[in-house]
Design a binder for this molecule. Sequence first.
Ligand code: GCO
Length: 444
Amino acid sequence: MASFHLRDILLGVASAATQIEGGDTNNSWYDWYCQGKIKDGSSPLRATDHIRLWPEDFDRMRDMGVRTYRMSVEWSRIEPEKGRFDDAALEQYRAMLQRLNDLGIRPLLTLHHFTNPLWFEQMGAFEHPDSTSLFLRYAATVVRALGDLVSDFITINEPNVYAVQGYLYGLWPPGRKSLAATLRVMARLAECHIRAYTLIHQVHKGMGRTDTQVGFAHHMRIFAPLNPKNPWHRICARGVSSLFQDLLAQAALGGRFRFPLPKPKAIQSGAYYDFLGINYYTRSSVRGFADHVRPGVPVNDLGWEIWPEGLVACARSLYKAFPAPVYITENGTCDTEDAFRCRYIYEHLAAIAASDLPVKRYYHWCFCDNFEWLEGESARFGLVHIDFATQQRTIKRSGRFYAALIGQNGCDDALYEAFVADQAYPTRARLDANRKAPGTERIC
Ligand code: GCO
């Protein structure tokens, strides 16, 4: 049985400003590029030139039947200097949101997706004691300026990935390697989410809106013991899961800050979510405190294990603690040749369709190939192919498949035969054999 039906799930696509817009030198990731940190030497200054080409991109989304679009606004454009807000930048985002509404594509707006304005980065970003109030002022400005055009908000994207990559592994800005700083930043981001949750509701209510929905996008993965029979591996898997994702969920969604996360002042326990935003990509097999991939498992081009059941398992574990509608705010894969993306989409959506969880939205990451952080332009996650030199867009086979899935609100046998049946995943062993350069796996 290859068919499934998606009930009342709204299907959409996701993106993030720095990864697509281009044209902004005033942010932490452009600075990171200038420091020579991007593996393929590409710059977020180019990206997909979405800042100019968005009307074309939105038309393509409409043609594909996309129902909802997760996008982010760039803080460094909106507040280029501390305390100076740029009306033209806000107008630009208003035009985008207006157009999405006109096309019948429901926007979900992310306020912070990894990138900081330079002035904020240079003052110490979320380690600085003033960072909460500065983030809240920015958030309130955005909601006042755009809140008549959008009702669904994500405060912060993947606080755990931001903290771990930037403050523990030192791979992302600001390049620190301190466990204490990582925990401080995670706690600060949880606090920012909680306070922004309340503030967005207040501001939006003041504008006469009663349909506000706020959440954060939590990066979740399955942490499995590399050898399930080894008790040490089992302890490590639980420990890593707790440090990386469980403590953060308790703090940000429930206001419960547990050791070793520092507790911010005057935060009450409560329910700081209207939906559960989950970004899911992979399963990590754990030995010690490092990530591994089991030999022989299916993997994507970056070596991340492909394990569709994990999506539902992650959603279930979060839902048990925090019952609310589930939005899969990101799910997708790096597949340069677009050789197995249809199967990836099919298997993840089939797992959702088979579950009894209240999954209400699914955002495929990503609408188009883009600037994939450290990997630059070399890692392709899009449904639409980008020729970065010419900015030519071409819908991929997987994009046509996704459009057909949206059209049918599910998959029937004919669609499966046409797009999925002939696709197989690479395996870890094959990837290693094909690799000329050493692995480029992301650690978290
Ligand atoms: C993340 C982000 C996206 C990535 C995507 C693929 O999870 O890191 O939210 O910006 O591009 O996950 O790595």
